[in-house]
Design a protein around this ligand. Structure first.
Ligand code: SF4
Ligand code: SF4
Ligand code: SF4
Length: 375
């Protein structure tokens, strides 16, 4: 998706965008975010960001922007999943949301299935480098870091960068493997987006891109002061990140293709059928999951469980990596899906999550069209 305009705004002004869409009644509610507070110590756990539904302007205090960009929502939550699961996909009300590019792809897929109503959404996307799942655990390895002193975070070339007492410290805590192979780091659909790519951690500014008339109107009504984005630092860094992702994707998928099928199936036998991948998948939408039922009835084995799941979501997997990031067995689920997506692109010219008008190649409509072409 091409941006109509690009600006720099103060980070502290970001919540004004959210309050404007509520005040102007563009949406009824917003899926915002908050960091968890430890019940015992009463201290903020800045690594655990959870969704928070807000319908009153006064409840919109300080969106944890840098934490959300670096870690995403905790556990199996994602914006697209939460919208579908907790707000009925915005079918009956207007919802504002802050979504990663893979969330916007999931929204496209859910809209094809009539599970969300895109017209009811106001989307502020985050153009990102990826997420660091499990950062709270990883950072414990750095004994010298006092996590209570972290002021801000950012994703850098090696992984997590934290700002403590005004000083940046780069830690070797890498971005999720799936994200390192992700080429689609801009939204499929959005009204606005923010990005900190190419901006130093000590800057108090962030890039704001405008994608729609609605987005332009909200920016104007918010009264936020903007500066036109000059220079090419953002574009150059973005290009470099995508190029790196292309190289990694090619290398990883070539290596994956060499793994014998028997070994791939054998790996699936390590699956414990815990269901975390299903719970986290934004495009798994069945109310009564047949796999969960079969597991409870002890009527399915491990590899059939996972192979069935792969077959169910293969042509709508938007490569968010949520299954991969949540698998306690560390199964490389994103490699199974990304390799399939590459074949679908080549054979059917189809990529899930791009456009709501694209017809899934397994649908009755696509099959009839192929039959017609043959005659
Ligand atoms: S999969 Fe891509 S879009 Fe989603 S969080 Fe990772 S880098 Fe961002
Ligand atoms: S299968 Fe995995 S990578 Fe694909 S959309 Fe679902 S959770 Fe995301
Ligand atoms: S999260 Fe991993 S172990 Fe759990 S059901 Fe999915 S593949 Fe199996």
């Amino acid at each position: 998706m091409e941006a109509k305009a690009q600006y720099l705004i103060k980070i502290e002004d970001f919540p004004k965008l959210l309050s404007t869409i509520l005040k102007e009644k563009i949406v009824d509610k917003i899926i915002s975010a908050e960091t968890k507070v430890n019940a015992k110590t009463k201290e903020e756990d800045r690594f655990t960001v959870v969704p928070k539904v807000v319908d009153k302007v006064e409840e919109l205090t300080g969106f944890p922007l840098s934490n959300f960009i670096a870690y995403g929502y905790a556990r199996t939550d994602s914006t697209a999943k939460y919208l579908h699961k907790s707000l009925q996909g915005g079918l009956k009300e207007k919802v504002g949301l802050i979504a990663r590019p893979c969330d916007t792809r999931a929204l496209v897929e859910l809209a094809k299935l009539k599970q969300v109503k895109l017209e009811n959404l106001f989307i502020i996307a985050i153009e990102d480098r990826g997420m660091i799942p499990g950062a709270a655990k990883e950072i414990k390895k750095f004994k010298e870091i006092d996590v209570s002193k972290i002021e801000k975070e950012k994703i850098g070339d090696k992984g997590l960068i934290v700002k403590i007492k005004g000083k940046a410290q780069e830690l070797d805590i890498p971005v999720a493997e799936n994200c390192l192979r992700c080429l689609r780091k801009t939204p499929s659909i959005a009204d606005l987006s923010v990005s900190d790519i190419g901006i130093p951690i000590d800057s108090d500014e962030i890039i704001l891109k405008v994608y729609s008339e609605k987005g332009q109107d909200v920016l104007k009504k918010s009264g936020i002061k903007t500066k036109v984005l000059s220079g090419d630092a953002h574009a150059k860094k973005f290009e470099e990140i995508v190029q790196k992702a292309k190289n990694k994707r090619k290398k990883d998928l070539e290596e994956w293709a060499k793994v014998p099928q028997a070994e791939k199936i054998e790996r699936l036998q390590q699956c414990t059928m815990c269901g975390m991948c299903i719970r986290g998948c934004p495009v798994c939408y069945c109310v009564d999951c047949i796999l969960q039922k079969k597991r409870k009835d002890k009527a399915i084995n491990k590899e059939t469980y996972q192979l069935t799941r792969i077959a169910h979501v293969a042509d709508r997997c938007v490569e968010c990596g949520n299954c991969d990031n949540n698998c306690p067995q560390n199964l490389p689920l994103s490699l199974y899906f990304q390799s399939l997506n590459e074949s679908f692109k080549e054979k059917f010219k189809y990529a899930p999550g791009e456009n709501v008008d694209d017809t899934p190649f397994r649908s009755g409509k696509a099959i009839s069209e192929m039959e017609l072409e043959k005659t």
